[in-house]
Design a protein around this ligand. Structure first.
Ligand code: HEC
Ligand code: HEC
Ligand code: HEC
Ligand code: HEC
Ligand code: HEC
Ligand code: HEC
Ligand code: HEC
Ligand code: HEC
Ligand code: HEC
Ligand code: HEC
Length: 431
């Protein structure tokens, strides 16, 4: 067997264990260089610190804050007031919410149920050069919603949402709309399938027509409305979309039509006209009223007691009760949706059921799977740009977070603190 002469012990003995106690020219140089670098760094820090705070900056400020981005102390509130940015100890690394709130009064988010409060900067991430600071990353939301806990009771909403494609429930109206909800929401009798048939008989004297969605549905002009309403479909209007085919004539002796207002006004109108056309003719009046309410109004509305009409005499004729149409402005209460943003997509892609719907009570909203074909989970609120074939899927795209919009509070309270009037030179860098 071969004898091993080189043991670890013998090898270790070759090293001088006291080497660090002796000086050497190389090590002296190392000391000089290190000390020199430190002095230079301190010099550079102080000089550039006096000239510009950029030397410490963590990255470019968002577009909306860029104008006062050099005035670090607006957000990094100094510990020693007036210390400015220069003496590093004089400034806070962390930005307290109160700094943001000196300019923004942001509404809370389910304050009565949340267990924890999140700092503003956990969602609105500064120093990444964001173009749109409100476009916050999902983790700001999923820090609670991935495992939602509430301070009392159990959550009334889905408790495990990781992203729009993982754990997000289908939309509330589709899950919860019971028959009662639908009855309450939709007052009109309306048959989409019949009206979308090719070659429908058109207005009297005109040939057959084929209606399109846009014959009755138009994106509402947002003017005069809250911006949260932009991109919704305007309620269908009788005057613009129905009267041409469904006239409100009530007597062959005249081409005049009843106004489409309240039943009381329609009734008064018919009575005034009949008094001129057929004075003191109770039967003619009764016939006119019957045509109008039983054949016309009741085609589209539920009219209480309409079956009694032909048997009523003028004296006891009550104002018929017409169930109004109740077209909701919005079906979603907890999310926004804009038709304008989807104007490249055909209506039937999202509302396929409209083509075969025979009742005004049908709910024609798309399911979440339709949305997920494009909003498929990819989200880059602060860049890089999305890869082609995807639409942004961040929570912020569809949801509002602050229950009261920051600017609304500022206006509502009229408090000067909400609207700090800085002088321009207080915001711009000093040159
Ligand atoms: C609009 C407000 C705002 C302004 C103005 C601002 N910052 Fe910040 N800064 C922040 C926020 C928010 C953070 C994140 C800190 C936190 O976690 O609280 C931050 C973090 C930092 C950090 C720490 C980074 C880290 O990783 O912890 C540095 C350094 C910094 N800022 C430097 C600057 C400098 C220098 C300026 C001036 C040129 C400046 N900031 C101006 C809001 C601001
Ligand atoms: C000196 C006043 C001031 C301070 C301090 C300030 N902001 Fe702003 N902020 C503004 C102004 C002005 C705008 C642009 C007007 C607007 O959109 O309300 C703005 C816009 C915003 C926006 C929306 C703009 C966008 O691009 O989406 C967000 C979000 C925001 N600030 C969050 C914050 C946060 C978080 C802080 C604290 C780290 C903060 N702000 C500190 C003045 C300030
Ligand atoms: C600090 C925890 C917390 C954070 C962070 C948080 N939420 Fe919530 N959220 C809650 C609580 C609590 C509720 C109420 C749950 C309930 O009603 O049982 C709620 C409810 C909701 C609802 C349902 C609203 C309704 O009308 O029923 C939506 C939508 C929502 N949050 C979206 C978001 C979005 C988007 C974000 C991120 C920008 C976010 N949340 C961040 C705690 C949080
Ligand atoms: C593409 C749009 C879209 C995106 C992205 C999106 N949501 Fe939603 N979310 C909706 C709609 C629409 C509803 C239904 C609202 C209603 O019925 O009032 C909803 C409902 C909710 C609800 C209520 C759930 C319930 O049980 O009724 C919560 C909570 C919620 N979203 C959180 C989130 C969170 C967190 C994210 C990000 C991870 C997110 N959403 C991303 C559109 C979206
Ligand atoms: C002749 C007019 C007319 C045409 C054409 C028409 N609609 Fe409608 N639509 C209505 C009326 C009226 C209502 C309200 C029904 C109610 O209140 O019960 C309505 C309601 C709706 C609703 C909301 C109600 C719900 O249940 O979700 C959707 C969505 C809708 N229509 C989609 C379409 C689409 C898509 C087309 C084309 C394929 C179309 N409509 C064509 C008259 C029309
Ligand atoms: C282009 C002409 C035209 C327009 C515009 C039109 N309708 Fe009709 N409507 C018809 C015709 C034709 C019928 C008979 C259809 C059938 O029986 O096949 C009808 C039938 C109806 C009926 C009876 C139920 C059924 O079988 O469909 C209702 C209710 C109705 N329309 C409501 C409306 C409402 C509400 C509007 C406006 C939003 C409207 N219509 C616009 C032509 C029209
Ligand atoms: C061809 C269908 C049709 C006929 C016939 C019709 N309506 Fe309407 N009615 C509508 C539509 C569509 C709306 C909702 C849009 C609007 O207000 O123009 C409406 C709305 C109303 C409203 C307003 C309530 C609301 O929802 O805003 C009243 C009141 C009303 N109708 C009464 C009548 C009376 C009274 C008659 C008979 C004289 C009548 N309607 C005939 C289709 C009809
Ligand atoms: C990308 C899917 C999508 C497309 C495409 C689309 N819709 Fe919608 N539509 C929706 C959603 C989601 C709602 C419910 C929004 C809400 O009310 O909060 C809605 C609601 C409606 C309503 C009820 C009123 C309202 O705005 O809430 C009508 C009417 C309607 N759509 C008609 C149309 C017509 C007509 C077209 C084609 C021009 C169309 N939609 C295209 C998704 C779509
Ligand atoms: C054909 C693909 C496609 C489908 C299907 C689709 N979206 Fe979108 N959506 C887009 C694109 C593209 C944008 C613009 C994204 C942006 O601005 O970053 C958008 C924007 C949005 C916005 C922001 C609107 C705004 O004005 O800022 C919301 C909210 C939204 N979609 C919700 C939905 C919902 C809910 C559905 C399902 C009912 C849906 N989308 C289906 C492609 C789609
Ligand atoms: C859990 C995430 C989250 C937190 C924490 C948060 N925000 Fe927001 N904030 C959002 C989202 C998402 C939006 C965009 C949607 C909206 O308009 O509500 C937004 C919008 C804003 C806007 C722009 C609103 C507008 O009208 O354009 C301002 C300003 C703002 N936040 C300031 C703050 C301030 C100040 C704080 C701290 C007190 C704060 N936010 C805390 C998520 C958050």
């Amino acid at each position: 067997m071969a004898i091993r002469k080189r043991t670890t012990k013998s090898v270790a003995k070759r090293h001088d264990l006291d080497y660090f106690k002796k000086g050497s020219p190389i090590r002296l140089w190392q000391w000089y260089l290190a000390a020199g670098a430190l002095v230079l760094a301190v010099l550079w820090v102080s000089i550039s610190g006096f000239r510009s705070a950029n030397a410490f900056s963590a990255g470019p400020i968002s577009n909306s804050h860029a104008v006062f981005g050099q005035k670090c102390e607006v957000c990094h509130i100094p510990v020693v007031s007036g210390a400015g940015w220069v003496p590093v100890i004089g400034n806070r690394r962390h930005v307290p919410d109160s700094a943001c709130q000196s300019c923004h009064q942001s509404g809370p988010h389910h304050a009565d149920l949340t267990k924890v409060t999140q700092p503003c900067s956990s969602c609105h991430i500064e120093h990444v050069g964001s173009m749109h600071l409100a476009a916050s990353p999902n983790k700001g939301c999923t820090q609670c919603h991935a495992n939602l806990e509430v301070s009392k009771g159990i959550p009334s909403v889905a408790a495990h949402i990781d992203s729009f494609t993982k754990g997000h429930p289908d939309f509330r109206p589709l899950r919860l709309a019971s028959m009662e909800v639908k009855e309450a929401a939709f007052g009109l009798k309306f048959n989409h399938a019949d009206h979308l048939k090719q070659g429908l008989s058109g207005p009297p004297g005109k040939g057959p027509v084929t209606l399109k969605c846009a014959s009755c549905h138009q994106i509402e002009d947002a003017k005069g409305r809250d911006t949260a309403h932009s991109g919704i479909m305007a309620p269908v209007s009788f005057e613009n979309s129905c009267r041409s085919c469904h006239s409100l004539e009530f007597d062959k002796a005249t081409a005049e039509q009843a106004p489409h207002t309240t039943s009381a006004e329609a009734l008064a109108f018919v009575r005034t006209k009949e008094a001129i056309l057929h004075p003191n003719d109770g039967e003619a009046l009764n016939k006119a009223e019957t045509i109008l309410f039983r054949e016309k109004c009741a085609l589209c509305h539920t009219v209480a007691g309409v079956e009694m009409f032909p048997h009523m005499t003028n004296a006891v004729f009550p104002t018929p009760a017409v169930t109004p149409s109740k077209q909701p402005d919005r079906f979603f209460s907890a999310a926004l949706f804009s038709h304008t943003a989807h104007s490249a997509v055909q209506c039937e892609e999202c509302h396929a059921d409209a083509l075969k719907s025979t009742s005004g009570k049908d709910l024609l909203l798309p399911k979440i799977a339709t949305c997920q074909r494009c909003h498929d989970g990819e989200s880059h609120p602060q860049g890089p740009v999305l890869s082609t074939g995807h639409a942004e899927s961040g929570c912020y795209l569809c949801h509002e977070y602050h229950e009261v919009k920051p600017h609304q509070v500022a206006v509502a309270q009229g408090d000067e603190k909400q609207n700090p009037a800085f002088r321009i030179d207080q915001l711009l860098p000093s040159h």
